[in-house]
Design a protein around this ligand. Structure first.
Ligand SMILES: C[S@@+](CC[C@H](N)C(=O)[O-])C[C@H]1O[C@@H](n2cnc3c(N)ncnc32)[C@H](O)[C@@H]1O
Length: 367
């Protein structure tokens, strides 16, 4: 074990570390799955960026060399059994068996390697605000700077894209990936996810934005036409003027919806289920159906007598029912907050993954 930590310490001292990965959690159900570490330059100081990969999200922290050693010692072997260290000259591996027996391996590298000291900056660079569509869609200035009043929207779509990417990476797709964004509005999320995936994935991405407002759809398709020579190429993104209800996709692998209003989130979930989408990822907007029914009954109690409580009850009930409906239809479902509440109070994300496992429909129906 100490031979490994000696190698790590030396690579920090002589600045040869390229990256390090901690894997194989000791506890199989540990929410923290991996830690990815790399050196980064922050204001001209060498720091070490830790990306903590949890089952549903990533968390990034930066440490100096001493803190970095402390962090790694705290995680290995208590939390992770395997560590791979890549340096400019060596590949070093530490494997710790279940019984705590360490195996140390070190292999010189033959090829010439280089270091990348750039920071991930929350992957925002993969959504590049200087791309021409962002200005035409009204998110940035002509110079490609996100406008002050669009900062929160930009952050929202970046976070959403990050989560969709994480979920998609755990899903097997055959051939082209067909994605539909329901209630796409001005298309910010649609373009962001498209740009991100076409930059990163080697599969063909077919993206459709579904929006009921005709003038918006005409405008966005016109923007796509204007950007047809840009990179990444926008040849497989298209907007369809239709209600979600009537939209007929040729194939649907991933369904996304961000704040599709009124009961459009429910239409979207149904569309995903009926088309056997592998993934259904929705951040709901309103909860009008339940709200209307609660109000219609005219009854209130301690939980609903104040308007704000009634509203929150409607949200809880609606989203709980949406999650149950997904589960009933064979989707392994998670509910999470996708962004801080001060960005948007509508920050709940429902993630459904189609599963082959049998479900107890009767008990779900009872619930
Ligand atoms: C609040 S906006 C969200 C837009 C976009 N997803 C975003 O987050 O930037 C909701 C959009 O859904 C559209 N919409 C609402 N109901 C719809 C339906 N049944 N079918 C298609 N689009 C719908 C609205 O016209 C509106 O543009």
């Amino acid at each position: 074990m100490e031979r490994f930590f000696g190698k790590l310490e030396n690579s920090l001292k002589d600045g040869t570390i390229i990256k390090m990965t901690l894997s194989k959690p000791v506890l199989k159900n540990n929410e923290l799955r991996n830690v990815y570490i790399k050196p980064v330059l922050l204001k001209n100081n060498k720091m070490y960026q830790f990306v903590y990969r949890y089952e549903r999200r990533d968390e990034t922290k930066n440490f100096d060399a001493a803190q970095m050693m402390g962090q790694v010692r705290g995680l290995v072997p208590e939390v992770f059994q395997n560590v791979s260290l890549f340096t400019l000259t060596e590949d070093v591996t530490l494997l710790v068996s279940k019984k705590g027996k360490p195996t140390f391996m070190c292999k010189p590298v033959k090829e010439q390697r280089t270091q990348d000291l750039s920071h991930d900056h929350e992957k925002q660079r993969l959504i590049d605000p200087s791309k021409p569509w962002w200005y035409l869609l009204g998110l940035t200035t002509r110079e490609g700077k996100v406008m002050a009043d669009m900062q929160h929207k930009f952050k929202q779509i970046c976070k959403y894209v990050e989560i969709v990417d994480g979920v998609m990476r755990q899903t097997k797709f055959d051939g082209e990936i067909h994605i539909a964004d329901m209630g796409a509005g001005k298309g910010y999320l649609t373009f962001a996810l498209y740009e991100y995936l076409t930059t990163l994935y080697d599969k063909i991405i077919i993206m459709e934005g579904v929006e009921i407002r005709k003038e918006l759809v005409l405008k966005i398709n016109d923007i796509i036409e204007k950007c047809k020579d840009a990179r990444p190429c926008v040849s497989t993104i298209h907007f369809v003027q239709n209600s979600i209800d009537e939209y007929k996709p040729s194939k649907l692998d991933v369904l996304i919806a961000l704040h599709a209003c009124d009961t459009a989130t429910d239409d979207a979930i149904l569309k995903g289920i009926r088309n056997n989408a592998k993934l259904i990822i929705c951040a709901p907007c309103c909860h009008k159906q339940i709200r209307r029914e609660m109000e219609k009954s005219g009854k209130t109690d301690a939980m609903t007598r104040f308007g704000i409580f009634l509203e929150r009850q409607a949200v809880m009930i609606t989203d709980a029912v949406r999650a149950l409906v997904l589960e009933y239809c064979g989707y392994k479902t998670q509910v999470m907050e996708f962004i801080e509440i001060d960005n948007t109070p509508k920050n709940v994300l429902l993630v459904g993954r189609k599963s082959d496992k049998p479900v107890d429909k009767e008990s779900i129906a009872k619930k």
